[in-house]
Ligand binder design. Structure first.
Ligand SMILES: [Zn+2]
Ligand SMILES: [Zn+2]
Length: 76
């Protein structure tokens, strides 16, 4: 495995990377909080996909996820 994170450009290890399901890019996703790997994306449980879904930070911005199921309409 010789790929770089699509977000920060740092090299990835198999242990700390995940693939974005939107852009298919690999990004840093540390499985252990004891590692000092930066998190370049996020994941959440999806009913649509019946499992964990991984998204890189860039795509997550586009999706504006993380609404925590509360329909608060921010008027900023
Ligand atoms: Zn990264
Ligand atoms: Zn992505």
């Amino acid at each position: 495995m010789n790929e770089d994170c699509c977000i920060c450009g740092e090299p990835l290890n198999r242990e700390n990377s995940s693939r974005c399901y939107i852009c298919n890019g690999l990004f840093h996703m540390a499985w252990s909080i004891t590692t000092d790997t930066s998190q370049c994306g996020n994941y959440w449980l999806s009913n649509e996909f019946c499992g964990l879904v991984f998204v890189c930070a860039r795509c997550q911005e586009g999706l504006s996820l993380g609404g925590e199921s509360s329909n608060q309409s921010a008027t900023s």
